[in-house]
Design a protein around this ligand. Structure first.
Ligand code: COA
Length: 319
């Protein structure tokens, strides 16, 4: 598998920490010190599907492809306004694709799961050109009077087009069956037979538990995929980690004994955009010209489940 196109899209509404401090007992100082986040983008009059389609079109353009060239669309999404049809169907319709499509929900690890599925589809001969779109609006999952969660998230979409190739050197995904550390439940339509009590609960997060799991799983997964790729950690040019908290990124770098410069980040401007965070960062770096042919990249993500995943690939896209 190889990545041949990238794209991203952000909502226009920018919400700074000071804006949050107007209605929450919080401060720019607290949020920046604990998370690195300075501002985030929030969906206001747009729908998530608008961002998803925008990111998808940009990734297709960047790959020099049209929707008709795509054999499969995978959309990673935790929540959006449509229960059905899936977000991938909405993207499919908007870009006028003619291939099959599916949504996956592996929480913030969705991009790595989608890459692994894409590789499996290619290996099985079921698809050659695959569009992966990660589109998320976690800001609609949190209680906006809960300062411990609502300050952390932002909305956004990132996309890639992949085709056959040998750039992907190693990939892994895991699940640790820790469903209680990060969870949100919603009420479904009632039926005459549903007698159990249902509750609409905003996102509940055991922050410190998530932090510890995030650092230890990322360190473990990165060491494993780098070794599986037949490389040393020092061979990796950039580690693109899920952008949840700058301190998690720094702790992982410290545990791997790698220099800070190898850990690009943009969490300060977007907050935690769930599975969209790595493809958004990748697109930003690609657009800036940071990625050179032959660069070795490692991705690592973690999220509710507790899902984790990581991969190593060699960059071959010419800008
Ligand atoms: N502003 C000001 N104070 C806040 C606050 C905010 N936005 N949020 C929480 N606090 C307070 C708490 O109420 C607590 O006050 P207390 O000591 O009086 O009880 C204090 O700050 C410390 O809270 P704590 O939860 O211990 O802080 P922390 O250092 O663990 O940082 C997180 C909290 C959420 C930033 C941190 O745990 C974290 O980043 N966890 C991982 C989250 C994550 O990545 N989730 C997504 C995974 S995909």
């Amino acid at each position: 598998m190889k990545i041949i196109g990238t794209g991203s899209a952000h909502p226009s509404c920018v919400v700074t920490n000071d804006m949050l401090a107007q209605f929450l007992d919080t401060s720019d100082e607290w949020i920046v010190t604990r998370t690195g986040i300075k501002e985030r983008r929030l969906l206001s009059d747009e729908e998530l599907k608008d961002l998803a389609v925008d990111a998808a079109r940009k990734a297709l353009d960047s790959a020099g492809m049209q929707a008709k060239d795509i054999d499969f669309i995978i959309c990673s999404n935790v929540v959006n306004e449509y229960v059905t049809p899936s977000l991938s169907c909405l993207i499919h319709e908007a870009v006028q694709a003619s291939c099959p499509c599916v949504d996956i929900n592996a929480a913030c690890t969705g991009f790595i799961y989608a890459l692994q599925m894409a590789e499996a589809y290619q290996t099985a001969g079921m698809a050659k050109n695959i569009l992966i779109v990660c589109a998320e609006e976690p800001t609609r999952m949190v209680d906006w009077s809960d300062r411990s969660t609502c300050v952390l998230f932002g909305d956004g979409a990132g996309a890639v087009v992949v085709t056959e190739g040998t750039d992907l050197k190693a990939i892994k995904t895991t699940n640790a069956s820790k469903t209680e550390v990060l969870v949100q439940k919603r009420v479904l339509q009632p039926t005459p037979y549903a007698t159990k009590k249902s509750e609409n609960l905003p996102l509940v997060m055991l922050g410190q538990e998530v932090f510890k799991n995030a650092v230890s799983s990322s360190v473990r997964d990165l060491k494993e995929v780098v070794s599986k790729a037949g490389m040393e950690l020092t061979d990796i040019d950039y580690f693109l980690l899920h952008q949840a908290n700058i301190r998690i990124v720094e702790f992982v770098g410290h545990h791997l004994d790698m220099p800070k410069e190898k850990f690009p980040h943009n969490v300060e401007f977007y907050g935690n955009t769930s599975s969209a965070s790595i493809p958004m960062l990748l697109d930003e770096m690609n657009a800036r010209g940071d990625l050179k042919k032959g660069h070795k990249l490692a991705f690592s993500a973690f999220g509710a489940g507790f899902t984790t995943g990581a991969c190593v690939l060699e960059w071959s896209m010419e800008k």
